[in-house]
Design a protein around this ligand. Structure first.
Ligand SMILES: NC(=O)c1ccc[n+]([C@@H]2O[C@H](COP(=O)([O-])OP(=O)(O)OC[C@H]3O[C@@H](n4cnc5c(N)ncnc54)[C@H](OP(=O)(O)O)[C@@H]3O)[C@@H](O)[C@H]2O)c1
Length: 312
């Protein structure tokens, strides 16, 4: 009963705001000047479909060269054809795997790429428990561990420019979990709950962004974490079929769901560590008192992820 009440409260509070209704209302007051990314190099993960694909196309149409990483070479090729000629470079990679993520970073470094904007967009909500070939719970590896690896490696090897922008695609789902380092990688299927694991990872992204802002912000780099709202994508349809059936008529389209990512990269607003961006504005970091309670810290999360990567 308590859980049902919590769910009703969550939807009552956020449905209008997170769907196209909230976007439509807020966007009435926004500056509509098109961004100019001419001369920039972007790296977008989870780029072959959904929000990642929309980000790639927008950045490319506004002047950037975009390195697009996802698993499906066929979907990436279709994306290359849709973008302006020569603007999208496909990088087929499985970002659930540390080995593949390391290989991607190594290739970019070897090629001498200098990246202006990194969008850590890839993210999955697995209702069914799955382990990667490397023995990690798949959504943990995809949603946070390999974001950490890719970002750290690119910074360490100076493939991210000193004034670059990193946008981490979190979710309003993070409102449902505190920072819980021990629950990042649940490898016991009996203890795994897909929606909760997703919330834990998405909260983790907010905390990791704080860590990065504090560590690398003074060097001039810009780190942001954001919520796209609820957008119509294959991922939502697959992972939340009932949610999709009920809300699909008012879900955001790709342009609406990615507006804040594009706006952050274009405007680089100053913000305190941990600012959670949604529809071009800072939003509350916690919707419930209970999620403020944690003994874990952003630095502790980073240390845990580093330790996890060192096991390989
Ligand atoms: N849509 C929403 O309403 C919503 C709301 C809140 C937050 N978000 C967040 O926004 C991000 C994008 O969501 P979405 O709805 O666009 O997802 P989506 O429709 O499932 O698209 C995911 C993309 O990621 C790629 N991908 C999945 N697993 C991968 C892996 N292991 N390695 C490399 N690429 C992989 C997929 O392509 P391949 O199959 O080719 O690999 C696809 O291009 C996620 O972080 C999600 O949590 C979305």
């Amino acid at each position: 009963m308590g859980m049902l009440l919590k769910i009703i409260q969550f939807y009552a509070r956020f449905t209008l705001s997170f769907t196209a209704v909230g976007y439509w209302w807020r966007s009435l007051f926004w500056d509509k000047t098109p961004p100019n990314f001419t001369g920039q190099v972007w790296l977008v993960t989870g780029a072959s479909g959904g929000l990642g694909r929309a980000i790639v196309l927008k950045a490319a149409r506004h002047g950037a060269v975009v390195l697009a990483a996802a698993r499906s070479a066929a979907k990436l090729d279709a994306l290359v054809k849709e973008a302006p000629a020569g603007t999208v470079i496909p990088l087929p990679t499985d970002l659930a795997l540390q080995r593949d993520t390391e290989a991607l970073a190594a290739k970019l470094i070897l090629d001498g790429r200098k990246i202006d904007v990194l969008v850590n967009n890839v993210g999955i909500l697995n209702n069914n428990f799955a382990l990667t070939a490397e023995g990690r719970e798949e959504s943990f590896a995809t949603n946070i561990l390999n974001h950490f690896l890719l970002t750290e490696r690119l910074i360490e090897k100076e493939a991210l420019r000193p004034e670059s922008v990193v946008v981490n695609m979190s979710s309003g789902g993070m409102y449902n979990a505190p920072l819980m380092v021990k629950l990042m990688n649940v490898t016991d299927p009996a203890k795994y709950r897909g929606v909760f694991a997703y919330a834990v990872h998405k909260r983790g992204q907010v905390e990791l962004t704080k860590y990065w802002q504090e560590k690398y912000g003074p060097r001039g780099m810009h780190f942001y974490v954001m919520h796209p709202g609820w957008a119509e994508t294959a991922g939502v349809q697959r992972s939340l079929p009932n949610f999709y059936k009920i809300l699909n008529l008012i879900l955001r389209n790709g342009d609406q769901g990615t507006d804040t990512a594009i706006w952050l990269a274009a405007t680089k607003p100053a913000c305190p560590p941990g600012t959670f961006w949604f529809d071009r504005a800072p939003r509350e970091e916690h919707a419930y008192e209970a999620t403020k309670v944690t003994k874990d810290t952003p630095a502790g999360l980073a240390e845990y992820l580093r330790g996890e990567l060192a096991k390989a």
